[in-house]
Design a protein. Structure first.
Length: 417
């Protein structure tokens, strides 16, 4: 059973397709020019830091004065948009090399062009479907803002659309849902390896800082990134700047020895910023290429610890900051990412344990909530088990238990998302 199984059971119980429709003259004409249709970009112009579902224009277009649920979604969407704008306004420019990504869609062109006097409208049966979808997505540990975005997108694409035959209702619902989920992941992706190479061409060493809460796998991720870069012929130094957790220094030192990196550390309880600076100075002296700073697992609600993390950032001036989240943490990982972003802007996320996450909530929500891409993903316990995150592959795997992947169309995205 897949993570959409509950919602899809509900869609199959629709005995009368007209229960989600009304006559054409009772509803507004169908317009689909403000969302993505089968991989084609929508026509609404939005601020460059917005994702397409957080646009107030998009949300306003799908409002109905008598639709209280749409109003609630719109208010949440506007609040989410304002939060992301504040987080992005102070973000320094970084030299990240864009990477084209891929998305998925289901072709329903023949359904959009169908001639029918019946149009899909917000009937009680339709609202029941949306409520079922909301519960399903929340149970998948998706963040509230991401759930609202999916529901808004579904309404935007479905309301006013021609009512298909009963046999095709499932297909049009699948298409609208996949389009909405795909858009959650549509942010500006950048290539990790190419970005590192570009930075090395300008300055050495390149400093990479890992942040996140306790237990998300930062130390293991530091080792995996080190292994990845060493395999490419680069010399790596790791900084054991987690001086608070018992055993953290020894753990990183052991990893470094196994993958062939040098480890700079101090005694437990030492100054994390000083460790980071020592690692950078050592890399400069020995002509090393990369410094990876493994920071302490700050709890995002501990302001004093977050301020200490900002001190490490000021001293180290990292070229790349990566938030490491545990995919199994679901909505907790989303809230952690959002809170970290208010204290310390990061360039992208690394999701650990993605191979064991059947729900997909964190991956579907972090990019939307922070407007930052998931750059890398941990898919196993080995040092080599660190891959570039690809939205189309992730969505295909996530949905394959619910929807036949042979129906999916792979869509090429522009490098800017």
């Amino acid at each position: 059973m897949g993570f959409l199984s509950r919602f899809r059971r509900s869609t199959k119980t629709i005995g009368d397709v007209e229960s989600i429709s009304s006559d054409e003259d009772e509803t507004t004409p169908y317009q689909d020019n403000h969302v993505t249709v089968d991989g084609e970009p929508h026509q609404i112009e939005v601020d460059e830091v917005e994702s397409e579902w957080e646009s107030t224009e998009t949300i306003d277009l799908i409002h109905n004065d008598n639709d209280k649920k749409s109003k609630r979604l719109g208010e949440r969407g506007k609040a989410s948009q304002q939060t992301r704008k504040r987080a992005s306004s102070t973000r320094p420019q970084t030299k990240l090399i864009p990477r084209p990504s891929k998305g998925i869609s289901i072709e329903i062109g023949h359904l959009k062009e169908a001639k029918s006097r019946k149009r899909i409208t917000a009937t009680p049966a339709f609202e029941d479907l949306m409520s079922e979808l909301e519960i399903t997505l929340l149970e998948a540990d998706m963040g509230h803002a991401a759930v609202d975005a999916v529901l808004s997108a579904m309404r935007s694409k479905l309301l006013g659309a021609p009512l298909p035959r009963k046999a095709e209702v499932g297909r049009i619902l699948d298409s609208a849902l996949i389009s909405a989920l795909d858009s959650l992941l549509r942010v500006s992706y950048w290539d990790f390896d190419q970005t590192v190479d570009s930075l090395l061409g300008e300055a050495s060493p390149v400093v990479i800082m890992l942040v996140g809460v306790n237990g998300t796998g930062k130390t293991t991720t530091a080792a995996k990134i080190s292994h990845r870069l060493i395999q490419r012929g680069l010399k790596v130094v790791v900084a054991a700047a987690d001086t608070f957790r018992a055993g953290a220094i020894d753990q990183l030192s052991d990893h470094a020895e196994r993958v062939g990196a040098r480890c700079i550390s101090s005694q437990r309880g030492g100054d994390s910023a000083a460790v980071a600076k020592d690692a950078i100075d050592s890399a400069v002296a020995k002509d090393d290429d990369i410094v990876i700073i493994d920071t302490a697992g700050r709890m995002q609600n501990k302001t004093n610890l977050m301020q200490e993390l900002k001190k490490v950032h000021r001293v180290a001036s990292p070229h790349i900051v990566l938030f490491v989240g545990d995919a199994l943490a679901g909505n907790d990982a989303v809230e952690q990412a959002r809170t970290f972003q208010t204290f310390l802007n990061f360039d992208g996320a690394v999701l650990s344990k993605l191979d064991t996450d059947a729900r997909g909530g964190a991956a579907l929500s972090i990019a939307h909530s922070t407007n930052r891409p998931i750059v890398l993903a941990g898919v196993g316990q080995g040092y080599e088990d660190l891959i570039d995150f690809e939205p189309s592959a992730f969505l295909t795997d996530l949905l394959s238990n619910d929807i036949d992947p042979s129906q999916f169309t792979i869509v090429e995205r522009e490098a800017n998302g």
